[in-house]
Design a protein around this ligand. Structure first.
Ligand code: NAD
Length: 475
């Protein structure tokens, strides 16, 4: 089995302990990775601090960082095929989606390369006796904790703007799916960033992750992951008032209005809840349908779910396995609980007879108060329910503790926009789930978190404002 290493202070280092990474498509061990210790975490934080103190990243002319970023993007593109195979085998995701993650990672580097030299302050008018202006300064050391569902693209989503703004970064990769991230960092490393600017550790969240978050050298925390872990980290961050970006979970709803186009809607359902086996924070996990179309849409969605191909990621099926046996067990348990609460499983709800950690595409008719309609499942499970009018649709869509994304499907511009304007969430899609890209700001409200990633706005998640006020001499 291949063994992977951690990247600390410009070197690839082994550790005494190792973690085994499984292939979710076969249920077999796939590779091992060095399990970082607390001492490794301290070495990485010290390296990042030295990099910050040297000014080698933050005090160069910003266009220099643009050059490094563009080189990194090129190197990421060059390894996209090799990296995709690793991501597909360790994560279970389809080969095409795994490749897209690397291309998306390259796009983050290109996009923020273009911003490195445009993080401009403003001039503040204070009358003739003063000159006053603002500067955007990097935090220093950015600690970034990454989840397993899109480790490569989520890693790049935070790493690229952090570097563009001049921060040194210590990344904690997820225990379950850390391998492809090492290829990403190997590519980025070739671009010539100063020593210590990028460090990558794989270790236990409760041990190394927690240590990094509490570390006195952590000037910023960027966390993407589940709500309970985010809450734990926020409590830890409070000790030193460390600024944080929190990208957490969701229970996002699509509203299908009476005049929604069925084909458009079905195309979005397919990608919205079955892409990456539903392990997407912004998945369309609830579908609310106007009553006059409810039976028709319900039948079409069930038929869609039953038509999907299932298989190993390498064969690019419609539905791939979930990431682990634990995840499979958890998803199936939530479906069982929904049954016990009186929900109707219209299709799926079982582990099909395949090797690997599969959950059949599942559609559940539930009422809004049931746990399956309130809690994140993180699997290929769609909850469907009817509504009578706009007010009810909005109340249902907004009726969870989350607020990540939402969607509206319908023909009328005024009506779709009117509904969209009332939805709680950082992003609302009209007539295409996931409309947007790396260019569009993304983030949550409520339990889905705070702070924004992606788009030009995200660069400001990686800097703090400093105001300089000058009193002119009286002459
Ligand atoms: P998780 O919270 O279990 O783990 C995320 C990361 O946190 C892992 O690297 C883990 O090792 C680390 N961690 C665990 N305990 C820690 C601690 N005490 N201190 C520091 N780090 C710790 O989440 P997951 O299961 O890997 O990912 C799935 C969750 O992530 C879902 O809830 C999903 O909605 C969410 N997610 C959100 C977004 C977003 O952008 N909003 C994107 C992807 C995933």
């Amino acid at each position: 089995m291949q063994h992977y290493l951690n990247y600390i202070d410009g070197q690839w280092l082994n550790a005494e302990r190792r973690l085994t990474v499984m292939n979710p498509g076969t249920g077999e061990p796939h590779a091992t990775i060095a399990q970082a210790s607390i001492e490794d975490a301290d070495l990485a934080m010290a390296a990042a601090r030295r990099c910050v103190n040297s000014g080698a990243l933050s005090e160069v002319r910003p266009a220099r960082r643009t050059t490094w970023m563009l080189k990194a993007a090129e190197a990421i593109r060059a390894i996209a095929d090799e990296g995709a195979l690793v991501a597909c085998r360790e994560n279970g995701k389809s080969l095409n989606d795994a490749r897209d993650e690397f291309i998306e990672a390259a796009r983050y580097f290109e996009y923020y390369a273009g911003m490195a030299d445009k993080i401009e302050g403003i001039s503040v008018p204070l009358g003739k006796d003063y000159v006053d202006f603002t500067q955007y300064v990097p935090f220093g050391v950015s600690v970034q904790i990454v989840p397993w569902n899109f480790p490569v693209s989520i890693c790049a989503r935070s790493l690229a703007p952090a570097l563009a703004a001049g921060n040194a970064v210590v990344i904690k990769s997820p225990e379950i799916s850390p391998l492809a991230m090492t290829l990403l960092v190997k590519a980025v490393e070739q671009a010539g960033f100063p020593q210590g600017a990028i460090n990558l550790l794989c270790g236990k969240g409760s041990e190394v992750g927690s240590h990094l978050v509490k570390h006195p050298d952590a000037n910023q925390i960027v966390f993407t992951g589940s709500v309970p872990t985010g809450q734990r980290i926020l409590k830890d961050a409070a000790e030193r008032a460390t600024p944080s970006v929190m990208e957490l979970g969701g229970k996002s709803a699509a509203i299908a209005l009476a005049d929604a186009d069925l084909d458009t809607l079905l195309a979005s359902v397919k990608v919205g809840i079955f892409f990456n086996a539903g392990q997407v924070c912004s998945a369309m996990s609830r579908l609310l349908v106007q009553r006059s179309r409810y039976d028709e849409v319900k039948a079409a969605v069930v038929a869609l779910a039953e038509s999907l191909s299932m298989g190993q990621g390498e064969s690019n099926p419609d539905l791939t396995p979930v990431v682990s046996e634990g995840q499979q067990r958890q998803v199936l348990a939530m479906i069982e609980q929904a049954r016990a609460e009186g929900a109707t499983v219209l299709t799926g709800g079982v582990a099909p007879d395949l090797s690997g950690y599969f959950v059949a595409p599942t559609v559940i008719e539930a009422t809004p108060d049931m746990r399956i309609a309130q809690e994140e499942v993180f699997g290929p499970v769609l909850v469907i329910m009817p509504f009578d009018d706009e007010d009810e649709a909005v109340a249902l869509a907004n009726g969870t503790d989350f607020g990540l994304v939402a969607g509206v499907f319908g023909e009328g511009l005024s009506q779709t926009l009117r509904v969209a304007n009332r939805l709680r969430g950082g992003q609302v899609f009209i007539n295409e789930w996931f409309a947007g890209g790396i260019e569009t700001p993304f983030g949550g409200v409520g339990l889905s978190g705070f702070g924004r990633e992606k788009g030009q706005e995200a660069i400001y998640s990686y800097v703090q404002t400093r105001n300089i006020g000058i009193r002119l001499s009286r002459g």
